[in-house]
Each structure stands twice: as structure tokens, then as C-alpha cells.
Write a protein that binds this ligand. Structure first.
Ligand SMILES: Cc1cc2nc3c(=O)[nH]c(=O)nc-3n(C[C@H](O)[C@H](O)[C@H](O)COP(=O)(O)OP(=O)(O)OC[C@H]3O[C@@H](n4cnc5c(N)ncnc54)[C@H](O)[C@@H]3O)c2cc1C
Length: 303
């Protein structure tokens, strides 16, 4: 919200515009529940969902995707289809095309960059440490970038209500100092930092911890990304039965709602609509400010 608008709102008690959402639906055990339900619906309608399955090759001819080759453990299979929608990183998609994409397209794909991420989950013997869902840490003397308090998103995410689980988030790049630390070192740093920040008084209260690493968590917007992405967009548009969706699928800083919207619009395109998926989420101010109707429940949107 602009400062001017914030002051006017507070003076005239105009609360139609909000910059922070106070109420939202959150799945009891986290967003994964939506995808478990989705899988259930697809399966109940006779569809198949393959998990732990890696697409290795995407075969095409005359601007048409013919089939994909995928791997489950050590076995590979082929799958033919009329239409293909891809949410894997767009760079990975282009590098898997068979025959290979032209070299300027491969070059553009190799030039797009990603930011990686890891989270150290600390299980703490404390009922309630602070009321926030998350806290951003900007201070240069700390390596942690954000702290999640999972119990405040949903109490069911911490099975023992006497404990708290904090997610200490570190934004990093594969191979850098933070990424390369052992789990033990990371747990040690996270434990030191939560105490140094004053959010936990006594380190002895930390009962257990685990580390989860996630490659390609964020598409990087550097000076050149737009021109590289345009090369990929133009090339991929030449295929008559392929659409890319989602965050890394479009190298676009989409949140979950926008990622889902691109998927829905892609499905409608197959049914005959003509939606331009690249037009979804082009307005960043969406995140900073929006007008609500009173008494309408909001869905949480985050960065
Ligand atoms: C730390 C963090 C916090 C976030 N918090 C929020 C939040 O609070 N709210 C919100 O709305 N959004 C949040 N987001 C964003 C949200 O997670 C993404 O917008 C969303 O998950 C993108 O969905 P997607 O389907 O495009 O991609 P993904 O969920 O990344 O799915 C892509 C899938 O493709 C698979 N894949 C990749 N390569 C292959 C291959 N070769 N073969 C087969 N499969 C492959 C991957 O394994 C993955 O399962 C957050 C993101 C991060 C990183």
C-alpha cells in the first residue's frame, strides 16, 4: 500500500484496501493435501498419476510432440498423447527435446538461472514461541533469510501440541558455502541463529532437527533472462500440442494460485479456448495491494 493511501485510510477509517491478509483458508496438513485430493479425483475418473517418474526425452516431428520417454527406477517407458502440458523447468524441457532444439535455443536454455533453497526444521520443546506465521530476517549478520512457524499456519502440522516446529530457511545456490555444509553443520548454525535472534532463550529446548534441500526453488530474474526466455517462448510456440505452465515451467515468479491458473487455462485451451498463458501474473502490484469486499474470506498469497 502506498504511504499516502495508508495515511488516508487510517485518518478516514477506510479499510477497503488491505496490504496484509488476516484471514485465509489453509489446508489442515499443508498444501500437499490439495494435490492428494487432485490425484484421488483423477484416479476416480479413470486417469493415471505417475509419481516418482522422470521424463527423459520428448520426441517431436513437424512441430508436433509425438511421445515422451519416462523412467521409473531402472525401467523406461514410452507414452503417446494428443496434447502435452509441461511444468518441469522450461530449461529441462528444451534440453530433453529429441531431435535437439536449434543451438541458439539450447544456448538460451542454458543461460537461464535458478536460486536454490534449503530449510532446517527445528523441533522445539515449547508450546508457543511467537505469534507470526513467518518472519523475514534482513540483518547481514544472520544467514537465515526467513523463519516459518508451522504451527501458526495450522496446529495440525505439529502433531504434539506441546512442541513448536520452526523452519529456518536459507536461500543459496548449489555448490556454494551454505549448500555444501553437512546437515550437522546446518542444524548447528540454525540452532545458534534462533537463539541469537532472541526467538528462543535456551538452545537445550531443541529436541530434534532435519534438513531438506530444494534445487531450482526460484527462477532468477537477471539482466538477460527476459531475452533468453523470449527465445524459448518463440521456439516452444511453434509446437501445436505443447503448453508450458507453472513457475519454473514458464520461468515466471508465479505463486501457487497463478501456477494453478496457468494449468487450468492450458486445459481450457485444449477444449478450444485461446488463452495466452504468458499473460498470467504480469502485474506484480497484485502482491502488494488489492481491494477486498467486506466479509469475504481470502486465500493466502505469499512470496
Ligand atoms: C520456499 C518457497 C515457499 C513458497 N511459499 C509459497 C506460499 O506460501 N504460497 C504460494 O502460493 N506459493 C508459494 N511458493 C510458490 C509455489 O511453491 C509455486 O508457485 C508452485 O509450487 C509452482 O507449481 P508448479 O506446478 O509450477 O511447479 P512445482 O510444484 O515445482 O512442480 C514441478 C514438478 O515437475 C517435476 N519435474 C521436474 N523435472 C522433471 C522431469 N524431468 N520429469 C518429471 N517431472 C519433473 C518436479 O519434480 C516437480 O514435482 C513457494 C515457493 C518456495 C520455493
Amino acid at each position: 500500500m502506498s504511504l499516502k493511501k495508508a495515511i488516508l485510510n487510517s485518518l478516514f477509517k477506510n479499510n477497503q484496501t488491505k496490504s496484509l491478509i488476516k484471514e485465509f483458508y489453509y489446508p489442515e496438513l499443508g498444501p500437499g493435501m490439495m494435490w492428494e485430493k487432485c490425484q484421488e479425483i483423477i484416479t476416480s475418473k479413470g486417469g493415471t498419476v505417475y509419481l516418482n517418474t522422470k521424463v527423459n526425452q520428448i520426441y517431436h516431428q513437424n512441430n508436433h510432440i509425438q511421445k515422451i520417454s519416462f523412467q521409473q527406477e531402472n525401467q523406461t517407458f514410452d507414452l503417446q498423447a494428443d496434447y502435452f502440458i509441461s511444468s518441469m523447468p522450461v530449461t529441462a524441457l528444451v534440453l530433453r527435446l529429441e531431435p535437439s532444439a536449434p543451438s541458439p535455443v539450447l544456448q538460451a536454455a542454458r543461460s537461464l538461472k535458478y536460486r536454490d533453497f534449503l530449510i532446517v526444521a527445528l523441533i522445539i520443546d515449547a508450546v508457543d514461541l511467537f505469534p507470526d506465521n513467518w518472519i523475514y530476517i534482513h540483518s547481514p549478520e544472520f544467514q537465515v533469510g526467513r523463519i516459518q512457524n508451522f504451527k501458526n499456519w495450522s496446529p495440525a502440522m505439529v502433531p504434539d501440541s506441546g512442541k513448536t516446529c520452526l523452519g529456518m530457511e536459507y536461500f543459496c545456490s548449489q555448490g556454494d558455502k551454505v549448500w555444501s555444509m553437512s546437515d550437522r553443520e546446518l542444524i548447528d548454525i540454525a540452532s545458534q541463529e534462533i537463539v541469537a535472534l532472541g526467538l528462543l532463550l535456551n538452545r537445550e529446548k531443541i529436541e530434534d532437527a532435519t534438513v531438506i534441500r530444494q534445487l531450482k526453488a526460484y527462477p532468477v530474474y537477471d539482466e538477460e533472462y527476459r531475452q533468453h526466455l523470449q527465445v524459448l517462448q518463440y521456439y516452444l510456440k511453434t509446437f501445436d500440442n505443447l503448453q508450458t505452465v507453472g513457475r519454473n515451467g514458464m520461468h515466471h515468479y508465479n505463486n501457487q494460485d497463478h501456477s494453478m491458473l496457468t494449468g487450468l487455462l492450458a486445459a481450457r485451451n485444449i477444449m478450444g479456448e485461446k488463452n495466452d498463458l504468458w499473460e498470467v501474473n504480469t502485474e506484480r502490484s497484485y502482491y502488494e495491494e488489492f481491494v477486498i469486499k467486506p466479509e469475504k474470506t481470502q486465500i493466502a498469497i505469499t512470496g
